[in-house]
Design a protein around this ligand. Structure first.
Ligand SMILES: [Zn+2]
Length: 181
């Protein structure tokens, strides 16, 4: 079952939806073709269509395999295998370093020196359940955010940058009719 909302377009045949990867309205048939093109071509015109779960659905492709990272005990920050993950993402060492940053001091009471700076990160993920924005308060980089998603996602997903609102169209200033000299 998919959470994609379809709508008709007046005067144009077909079924349309809002593509979350490109932020445009497109037909399901165009989406399926674009997915197939991206699968075949080395440099596809629409690279975000490669491996897209929505594209696979419209192309009648078999369901993408489940995410291979699901449940693996791998630290999302330092990428080392670990026996235990804290908060479902970090090994004990990375977790302790993060606590030092939050407190502003290490176990010796000094400013932390081995801490990795973190920042807020938003990802747009697209799976068959539809697009979803996920926010992380403290991650070291985009890869950590992606690994955190892949550890818990049941199905294959594709990642995109969150869309920015379209720029306002610049006013045309040379469109006044020319006066006869
Ligand atoms: Zn770690």
């Amino acid at each position: 079952m998919s959470a994609i909302e379809y709508f008709p377009m007046e005067g144009v045949p077909g079924r349309y939806f809002q593509c979350p990867a490109y932020g445009t309205t497109m037909s399901d048939s165009f989406c399926g073709r674009s997915y197939q093109d991206a699968k075949r071509q080395a440099e596809p015109r629409h690279p975000a269509c490669r491996g897209c779960a929505v594209g696979a659905l419209h192309a009648g492709d078999k369901a993408p395999p489940p995410a291979s990272m699901l449940g693996r005990l791998l630290c999302c920050r330092c990428h080392r295998s670990t026996r235990r993950l804290l908060h479902g993402a970090l090994c004990i060492s990375c977790y302790n370093r993060e606590l030092e940053v939050i407190k502003g001091r290490n176990a010796k009471g000094r400013p932390p020196v081995h801490a990795i700076p973190t920042h807020h990160q938003t990802l747009l993920i697209i799976g068959l359940a539809g697009p979803k924005l996920v926010n992380f308060d403290r991650v070291a980089d985009v890869l950590e955010a992606m690994l955190r998603v892949l550890r818990t996602e049941q199905q294959q997903v594709t990642f995109h940058r969150p869309l920015r609102p379209p720029p306002r169209r610049q006013r045309v200033i040379f469109d006044a009719p020319l006066r006869a000299a």
